[in-house]
Design a binder for this molecule. Sequence first.
Ligand code: SF4
Ligand code: ZN
Length: 266
Amino acid sequence: MLEYDDRIAVAVSGGKDSLSLLQILANIEQNYPKTSIIAISVDEGIKGYRDKALKIASENCKKLRIEHQIISFKKAYGLTQDEIIHNIQKKERANELTPCAYCGVLRRKLINIKAREVEADKVAMAHTLDDEVQTILLNILHGDPLRIAREKPITDLTHPELIQRIKPFCKIPEKETALYAYTRRLIFQDRPCPYSSKAMRNDTRVFLNRMEQKHAGIKFSIFRSMQRIRPALEMITEEIELKECSECGEQTTQSTCRACQLLQQM
Ligand code: SF4
Ligand code: ZN
């Protein structure tokens, strides 16, 4: 996933997964003097949750002597995630999309912008095996199975403005990142996001954990099955043509990017 001279932007949320990844990459980096690491975080503006997590993230970066840059929803979009949710509830659109549907799209865009700004070659995401398998199932449950072809552990280089995303923990169960964090005595945000219970991802997590408990290894099986199926999916997936969003200029497959579409609904 990495080259000896990569500038790596690690997406750090302040949770156990991202702080474990940061620590591990920082350890590895010591043997590669031409590599550099920078931590980037998105402040979605979730009161009592993200503010605390970002404080923890900053303290960990300070300990590891890694530069930490934060980009916020409020500054970039003029609204915090809390305000977005308040607005959609007011408009009685709450059932149309879950809070995570807004948050995920808007965060993804800012991570790319910040990674480009700091001249990163790669963005390292701390998505674990659990996250990967949940995403596979969610794509199927949402009726969008071809999306699995694009959600690879290393994304394709489709445009110079889109920084390549890598997922070094894609074969690491979440329990193991938790174990690592505890044995290393890392301090991390251990409370769940107040909006997470509304997401279908949460139901998928519960389902997969139940299955894993009864049939050990099932998460690996799903992940490996998808790795085998993905080349066939890629063959039937049309090549994406990227354009500039008419509103913000970021790369998109439509005339207006999904983030701008969501913001227009506000
Ligand atoms: Fe955003 Fe949902 Fe994650 Fe909360 S759980 S930070 S709302 S994506
Ligand atoms: Zn846009």
